[in-house]
Ligand binder design. Structure first.
Ligand code: ADP
Ligand code: MG
Length: 379
C-alpha cells in the first residue's frame, strides 16, 4: 500500500534493561509515533536523556526495538509483528553523528568515496558512478576545492561538512543527523545551521535531526517532535510548538515563556478566558478544555506590550499592571523584568524608547502569543 509519508514510526518501544522478571520494564522510549513526508526536515527536540538518540538509532538499525514498526519509502525496515529486521548496512540510510569520525589517513575525496567502496561487491557502483557521486556530494557541501587535502587539515566545520558528504554519497532516501553541530563553537554552529538548511532545501532529502537546542529546531525544521521522558509530547510546525504548545512541558521547554497558572472561566471556539490572581487573559487552546480546568497560560516575551501608566490612571478590572524591575539592552530589543503581583515576567520590547526601572506599566497581550495548556498531573 502506498503512502505519502516517507518515514513512518509506529508504536516504537525500546528498553535497554533486557527483561527483568517480576518488574515493569524501564523503557528508554515508549509508544513513539512519528512520520515525515518526503522533503520534510523533522527534528526530535528534547532535553538530554529523553530518548532522541534511541529513536534515531532504532530507525538507523543500530538498536533493536522491543516493539513497533519502522517504514521508509514503503519498505518495512523493522516490524515486531512480522519479525522483519533489516540490518543497518542494508537500510541504505545516511547518518551523521556528534563525533563525526572522519578517517585521518585519507584525503577528503577518499573519505567521501569510502561508503561506496564497502558493502556488497555486486551492488557497488562503477568507478565512473563513484566519481560522479563523490564530486556531486563534495560540491553540495562546498568542499570541491579541498578534494586532495588531508582530512586532518580541515577545520572543525569543514570536517563536519565532510561527514555530511559521506552520508550524501549514498544518495539515501532518509538522512539521520544526531546533534551534528554540538561539537562546533557558537559562531560556526549558527553558520552551519544555514548551510544545513540550504543543503537540505537544495537536494530535497528527507531529514531526521536530533537536538536539545530549541533555536536550532525552530530555525531549521519543517516539523518538530518535542520529546520528554521517552515520549513524544507534541508534533507540529515550529510556529505551532512555539506559539501553541499543547502541553506544559512543551511550553516550558521551547522558548522562554511566562507561565501563569489559572482556571478556565469561559470557553469559545479555539479560545479560553483564564482567570488568574493577577487578571483575566484570553488564550488560544488546542485541547478540549472545560470551564473550571486548571491550566497554565504560556505567554511569549515578545507577545506582551508595555505602556507606561500616567499618574492617576485608573486601574480597570481585567487590566494588567506591573512595575519594571530590571532591563537589559540587546541592540534591537530590550529585555525587561516586570513584577506583576508576586510574579516576575519576561517581556521583550523595542529599544527605541526604553522604560526606566520603577515605571508602572500596563500589560497588553497579543492573543496569538498566549496559549492555554492543561496543567501536568505530576512533575
Ligand atoms: P537523548 O539522545 O535524548 O539524550 P538517549 O536516547 O540517549 O537520550 O537515552 C534515553 C535513555 O536511555 C536514557 O535514560 C539513557 O540513559 C538510556 N540509554 C541510552 N543508551 C543506553 C545504553 N546503551 N544502555 C543503557 N541505557 C541507555
Ligand atoms: Mg542523544
Amino acid at each position: 500500500m502506498g503512502s505519502n509519508k516517507l518515514l513512518k514510526v509506529e508504536g516504537l518501544y525500546k528498553s535497554y534493561g533486557g527483561h527483568q522478571k517480576g518488574r515493569e520494564r524501564n523503557y528508554a522510549i515508549a509508544d513513539v509515533n512519528l512520520s515525515a513526508a518526503s522533503g520534510d526536515f523533522l527534528t526530535l527536540l528534547g532535553p538530554s536523556g529523553c530518548g532522541k538518540s534511541t529513536t534515531l538509532r532504532c530507525i538507523a538499525g543500530l538498536e533493536s526495538p522491543n516493539l513497533g514498526t519502522i517504514t521508509v519509502a514503503d519498505r518495512v525496515l523493522f516490524s515486531s509483528d512480522t519479525g522483519v529486521s533489516v540490518r543497518a548496512n542494508d537500510r541504505g540510510l545516511g547518518m551523521v553523528f556528534q563525533s563525526y569520525g572522519i578517517w585521518p589517513h585519507m584525503d577528503v575525496y577518499k573519505n567521501a568515496a569510502f561508503p561506496l567502496q564497502v558493502g556488497d561487491r555486486k551492488s557497488r557502483p562503477s568507478a565512473k558512478q563513484v566519481r560522479e557521486r563523490v564530486e556531486r556530494a563534495l560540491e553540495v557541501v562546498q568542499l570541491s576545492q579541498f578534494a586532495g587535502r588531508s582530512a586532518t587539515a580541515l577545520s572543525g566545520g569543514q570536517q563536519q561538512r565532510l561527514a555530511l558528504a559521506r552520508a550524501l554519497v549514498m544518495e539515501p532516501p532518509l538522512l539521520l543527523l544526531d546533534e551534528p553541530l554540538s561539537n562546533l563553537d557558537a559562531k560556526l554552529r549558527t553558520d552551519m545551521r544555514f548551510e544545513l538548511k540550504r543543503l537540505q532545501h537544495e537536494i530535497g532529502v528527507t531529514t531526521v535531526y536530533v537536538t536539545h537546542d530549541q533555536s536550532e529546531a525552530l530555525s531549521m525544521s519543517t516539523v518538530i517532535a518535542v520529546m520528554s521522558n521517552g515520549k513524544v509530547e507534541q508534533v507540529g510546525t515550529p510556529r505551532e510548538v512555539y506559539g501553541a504548545p499543547a502541553a506544559e512541558f512543551v511550553a516550558r521547554f521551547v522558548g522562554s515563556a511566562n507561565l501563569v497558572a489559572g482556571k478556565v472561566a469561559a470557553v469559545s471556539e479555539g479560545e479560553v478566558t483564564v482567570k488568574t490572581p493577577d487578571g483575566l487573559i484570553v488564550a488560544s487552546s488546542q485541547a478540549g478544555l472545560s470551564i473550571g480546568a486548571d491550566v497554565f497560560v504560556s505567554v511569549r516575551p515578545e507577545s506582551v506590550a508595555l505602556s507606561p501608566v500616567v499618574d492617576g490612571g485608573a486601574h480597570e478590572p481585567g487590566e494588567w499592571e506591573g512595575v519594571v524591575d530590571g532591563s537589559a539592552y540587546l541592540g534591537m530589543t530590550m529585555e525587561y523584568r516586570v513584577k506583576v503581583g508576586d510574579t516576575e515576567w519576561n517581556v521583550s520590547g523595542s529599544s527605541e524608547s526604553p522604560l526606566a526601572d520603577g515605571t508602572t506599566v500596563r500589560l497588553n497581550f497579543a492573543r496569538h502569543g498566549c496559549a492555554a495548556v492543561p496543567m501536568a498531573m505530576s512533575n
